[in-house]
Design a protein around this ligand. Structure first.
Ligand code: SF4
Length: 275
């Protein structure tokens, strides 16, 4: 079994064993997913949950929420960052005007909605429609970067090679469980500050766990160091299935990946191309 499949199966199974339970994960509809993702932006889930439940109870559709936005606003503003709700109002209006109050499933249509970027777009497609797609945020970047020993920077989540790497792991049969499992694993085990490597079921294949002693506390710096631009070596990263050029001179845990070319064609049909 390939490393990629082991990781995908592990994360899918992780959700069934240790997945978190939230209101928006039950009775999923595209509207509930859309609203929850807007509310969750940089806001803790336990803060969001009571507000979300009140909103979907009182205004369970695009039309109803838009028609009562002034009444709904105080509850939403209690979560902070009020600018996101300006985009929500514009997004609801756009959905009513362009889609008769329905939320579209197509990537290009979702990305045309004000306030919907690639993360919310992916979440709506996966959790709202059950369509296999990638959901990428800094937590997802952290997990894959550690597993494969890739250096990441703040732009990594927008890069084509990372999109390909993440896409190759999406489960086509269990995309909802896989994606929730990945998000929960990132929050509970492969945490930002102190990853729980000792209890991690992926430890045996994780580059970070294997090389931690050599790079204490220095993994995933802000910017990758390009050491020898004039003499890059090429190679193949067996775990990720990517071809790469290695500009750095250090060991396997510090690959600086450029110009990757996916060798796994299987995943190309699983998701739309990035915006
Ligand atoms: S071994 Fe540690 S760094 Fe690697 S995936 Fe598990 S928790 Fe993350």
């Amino acid at each position: 079994m390939s490393t990629r499949k082991i990781i995908t199966d592990f994360l899918t199974d992780y959700y069934s064993r240790r997945g978190r339970s939230y209101s928006w994960r039950r009775n999923r509809t595209p509207f509930r997913v859309y609203l929850s993702e807007v509310l969750l932006q940089r806001t803790r889930a336990d803060q969001v949950e009571p507000v979300f439940e009140r909103l979907v109870h009182n205004y369970p559709s695009v039309h109803l929420l838009y028609a009562n936005l002034n009444d709904a606003m105080p509850a939403m503003r209690s979560l902070g960052r009020p600018c996101r709700f300006r985009y929500l109002g514009a997004g609801l209006e756009y959905l009513i005007t362009e889609h008769d109050g329905e939320i579209p499933a197509e990537r290009q249509h979702l990305l045309a909605v004000p306030g919907i970027g690639s993360y919310i777009c992916g979440a709506i497609r996966v959790f709202g429609f059950g369509i296999p797609d990638v959901i990428i945020d800094t937590n997802v970047v952290r997990v894959f970067s550690r597993l494969y020993g890739l250096r990441a920077d703040p732009e990594t989540r927008r890069r084509k090679w990372f999109l390909e790497l993440a896409t190759q792991h999406v489960s086509s049969d269990h995309c909802v469980e896989y994606s929730y499992g990945l998000l929960d694993f990132a929050a509970q085990v492969c945490r930002s500050g102190r990853p729980a490597c000792d209890i991690c079921g992926l430890k045996s294949l994780c580059e970070y766990a294997g090389n931690r002693k050599e790079h204490p506390g220095r993994f995933i710096p802000g910017l990758a160091q390009v050491v020898r631009l004039e003499h890059p070596s090429t190679g193949h990263h067996p775990a990720s299935g990517l071809d790469y050029k290695l500009y750095g001179s250090s060991g396997s845990s510090t690959h600086v990946v450029r110009e990757q070319k996916s060798v796994d064609k299987e995943s190309e049909s699983m998701t739309d191309k990035p915006e």
